[in-house]
Each structure stands twice: as structure tokens, then as C-alpha cells.
Design a protein around this ligand. Structure first.
Ligand code: GLC
Length: 432
């Protein structure tokens, strides 16, 4: 075991709050949805039971309507804003969730991670997966109904924080067609006290993020209403491709668990995802991009989510070819692949939250997809670059794609987990 392997284990243990793991102390003091799924992969390297426990804790936060929220508030930590008193799920919802949480979700990577844990495991892993199966299926049902837009025909998102790519320039489209709620209460941010404000979202963006929360709260967190009439409704290729892949993986899991009763239903979800993939195709950019559902407008740059088409196995040969050309172009602009936003766009910023930095969990998903679809060179480069970044700078939240410096949070759980599960050279030797 290398020194970095040991450090990664220490980080996961240090961020463990007794059954669930915080992404990093202080800046993110709660359990986050997709972070926990990646964290489970990391725990698998040294404690499989603890890995399953992480996921069981995540499912404890599931809502009655099936949604698994983006953040579960098991306490009220003054270090974090906006916390439970802003989301008000317990007082606003007709049927409140058992644990306070946000009123939005996050990218549904869970089914895919559970499947990979089962494939690498034994009979007891299969039993653990069986215990989670219905919860995960209910979450997919929620996405496929409560987040289905009659306008685009796709699954959509109603808040940039739901996409997990919180401050990507993609969301400027949806932010530009909405107003700050004139009745928005005064508030005090905490994030800019913990990290460099230059790397965090602006005040106007934050006002709009909180206006969306206010809208949801005032509609008792009735998700169908928010999807139909919310101030911000966008289609995200990240959620679309991750959900499509997760549905395929859930179907495989159903097969392993002999759940023939749900096969037809999951097959229909997959077909719906395949049929609507073209909505995201942006001919002028030559990639799948986000769109503002309100007016149909497309985003103007290639993101790391664009390249998840390979991971979902969705799109035509010609679309994949143009996406690869874009990835080759980007590879010529940066030292470390794959930046979260197009380095040729005006608003590219290599240090700013989702406007440029490389994110470990995205590289993991991207590399899997590219490898599966025969793009081994790009898949290897993305994996090697992640490995080099961590060796150069340590376990940061994300990294500058040009200089390799770490950005925002330190001692970060998903970076440690991705290292242990996939980026560590010792892991790569084992996989070879
Ligand atoms: C940031 C990221 C989001 C992540 C969270 C916790 O908000 O944008 O994807 O889940 O931090 O790490």
C-alpha cells in the first residue's frame, strides 16, 4: 500500500460521522447524495460493510414520493448555508420526510455504483443490493415522472444544485430568464468564509439560487408543480446520461436479483432516455449540451457532462465522432483532462467552481464510458491525468486543468474514494 493509499483511507475515516461521510469538514458538513455513492466505492477498498452502511444511511433520507435528496440534514450546522431552516421540508411538506433535507435531488449514480459493488463482490453483496433495490427503483420512478417535462419530453432539473455541476456556465441560460424574488429574505452566506470567494458563485447567482428554493418551499415541495412552473427549468445532459446508464444498470441488477416483475417498467425508462437523447444534441457546438426548456436555447460550450454520452451508450456514430473531435481539441488546450467547461469559451476559468476545474468523480464516469466504447486512448489519458493530479497536489475537491493546483475543499472524500477505487497506480496494476 502506498503512502497516498494510506492518506486516502485516513481521509475517509476522518470524514466518517458514524455511518455516513461528509464530503469535507466545515465547508460541507452533511451527507451529500452522489458523494456518498462514490464514497461507498472507496470504502469497498478496505471495509465492504462500511460501504453498504453508507448507502443504507443515504436511503434513510428518501422521501415518500421516491426522491433521494441532495443533502440530508441530520443536524443543524451553523457552518453551512442554506441549511434546514431555509429548505423547511418538515414544515412545508404535506408528508414531511423522516429526516430534514433539501427539496431537490442530485445525479442518480447510485444504481450503477451498487451494480459495480455487486459485480466485484460475493453473495453477501448481492443481499445488500437486494435490500436497496426498491428504494433505488422508486427514486428512478420519481425522476421519470416528477421531473419529466411535457415541454421537452426529457427529464429536467429545477435547480443548478440538483445537477451536481452547481456553478457551470450552462446554467446562465436558465438564470438569465428568471428574476430574483423581490420578497427574498436577507441572508448570510457561509461558503465564502471557508474558501476563496473568487472560486465560489457570485451574489446575484446566489440570490437566484435562493429564489428557486423559496419557490419550492412555497409550493410545499410538490415536485410536479415545480417541474411544470418553476422559475428555472433546464435539461442537463449530465442527469440525462447518468440516469440512462443507471436505468440500464438497474435492469442488470434486476436480472441478478431475479426481479422479473419490474423488467418491463425499467425497459420503458431506458427507451424513454434513448428516444429523447437527441434533444440535447447541439449541432453548432458538435456535442450534447444543456438547454433552457423555457425557450429551447442551447448552451455554448462542451462540458464534462457532454462526454457522458459514451457512459450512457447513447447517440449516433456521427455524434460520437464529433464529440471525440471536441475532446481532442480540448486535450490540446490543457495539461489535465477533462475540464468541466470549454477552455475555448470566454467564461472559462480554471480555478472557479465548475467553470473549468477537473472533477475526480466526473473523470471516473467518463473514463468508464470512453473505455467501453472503444476510445481507450482518451479513457487512459483521463485516468492517468486524475492520478497525476492527486499525486501532484493531494486530495482536493477539484483541480486546475492547466496548472494542476488543487481548488476549493481539501481532504475531500470523493477524491480519496476515487483514488482508492480507480486512480491509484496500485489499483491500475490490479486492473491490468
Ligand atoms: C458541490 C458540488 C456538488 C457536490 C457537493 C458536495 O456543491 O458542486 O456536486 O455534491 O459540493 O461535495
Amino acid at each position: 500500500m502506498s503512502e497516498l493509499d494510506k492518506q486516502a483511507i485516513e481521509i475517509l475515516n476522518k470524514n466518517d460521522r458514524g455511518g455516513y461521510t461528509v464530503p469535507t469538514a466545515r465547508l460541507y458538513p452533511y451527507q451529500w447524495n452522489w458523494d456518498s455513492a462514490f464514497v461507498a466505492l472507496g470504502f469497498c477498498a478496505f471495509d465492504r460493510q462500511r460501504a453498504w452502511q453508507e448507502l443504507a444511511f443515504l436511503l434513510e433520507g428518501q422521501w415518500h414520493n421516491g426522491m433521494i435528496p441532495s443533502i440530508i440534514f441530520r443536524s443543524d450546522d451553523p457552518d453551512y448555508f442554506p441549511g434546514p431552516s431555509v429548505w423547511q421540508t418538515q414544515s412545508a411538506c404535506a408528508t414531511p420526510p423522516s429526516i430534514p433535507s433539501t427539496g431537490i435531488s442530485q445525479p442518480p449514480v447510485l444504481a450503477s455504483i451498487v451494480l459495480s459493488m455487486v459485480k466485484a463482490g460475493n453473495e453477501s453483496d448481492l443481499q445488500n443490493a437486494a435490500a436497496l433495490f426498491d428504494g433505488i427503483l422508486n427514486w428512478h420512478r420519481w425522476y421519470q415522472s416528477k421531473r419529466l417535462s411535457p415541454v421537452s419530453g426529457t427529464v429536467v432539473t429545477v435547480h443548478p444544485w440538483e445537477t451536481g455541476r452547481d456553478n457551470c456556465p450552462d446554467w446562465e441560460l436558465g438564470l438569465s430568464t428568471m428574476q430574483v424574488d423581490p420578497q427574498l429574505e436577507a441572508y448570510e452566506r457561509q461558503d465564502t468564509k471557508h474558501v476563496n470567494p473568487q472560486q465560489r458563485p457570485s451574489k446575484l447567482q446566489y440570490d437566484k439560487y435562493l429564489s428557486m428554493v423559496k419557490f419550492g418551499r412555497e409550493r410545499a415541495w410538490e415536485h410536479e408543480l415545480i417541474t411544470a412552473n418553476g422559475p428555472f427549468v433546464m435539461a442537463d445532459p449530465g442527469i440525462h446520461f447518468i440516469l440512462l446508464r443507471a436505468n440500464k444498470d438497474l435492469l442488470e441488477l434486476a436480472g441478478l436479483l431475479e426481479r422479473t416483475d419490474v423488467v418491463t417498467e425499467i425497459e420503458a425508462f431506458i427507451q424513454q432516455g434513448i428516444d429523447t437523447t437527441n434533444y440535447f444534441w447541439n449541432e453548432s457546438v458538435g456535442a450534447f449540451t444543456a438547454r433552457n426548456v423555457v425557450n429551447g436555447e442551447y448552451s455554448h460550450g462542451v462540458t464534462s457532462a457532454s462526454a457522458l454520452c459514451f457512459y450512457a451508450g447513447a447517440g449516433t456514430e456521427a455524434q460520437w465522432q464529433r464529440t471525440v473531435e471536441n475532446l481532442d481539441r480540448i486535450a490540446g488546450r490543457v495539461q489535465y483532462m477533462l475540464p468541466s467547461w470549454d477552455p475555448d469559451a470566454d467564461d472559462f476559468d480554471p480555478q472557479r467552481y465548475w467553470c473549468g476545474p477537473v472533477w475526480p468523480q466526473m473523470n471516473y464516469l467518463l473514463s468508464i464510458g470512453l473505455e467501453e466504447q472503444g476510445q481507450s486512448l482518451l479513457a487512459d489519458r483521463i485516468r492517468q491525468d486524475m492520478s497525476r493530479l492527486i499525486q501532484r497536489s493531494g486530495f482536493w475537491e477539484c483541480f486546475n486543468p492547466i496548472s494542476g493546483e488543487g481548488c476549493i475543499g481539501t481532504d475531500f472524500s470523493w477524491t480519496a474514494a476515487i483514488w482508492l477505487a480507480w486512480a491509484s497506480p496500485s489499483k491500475q496494476e490490479m486492473a491490468a
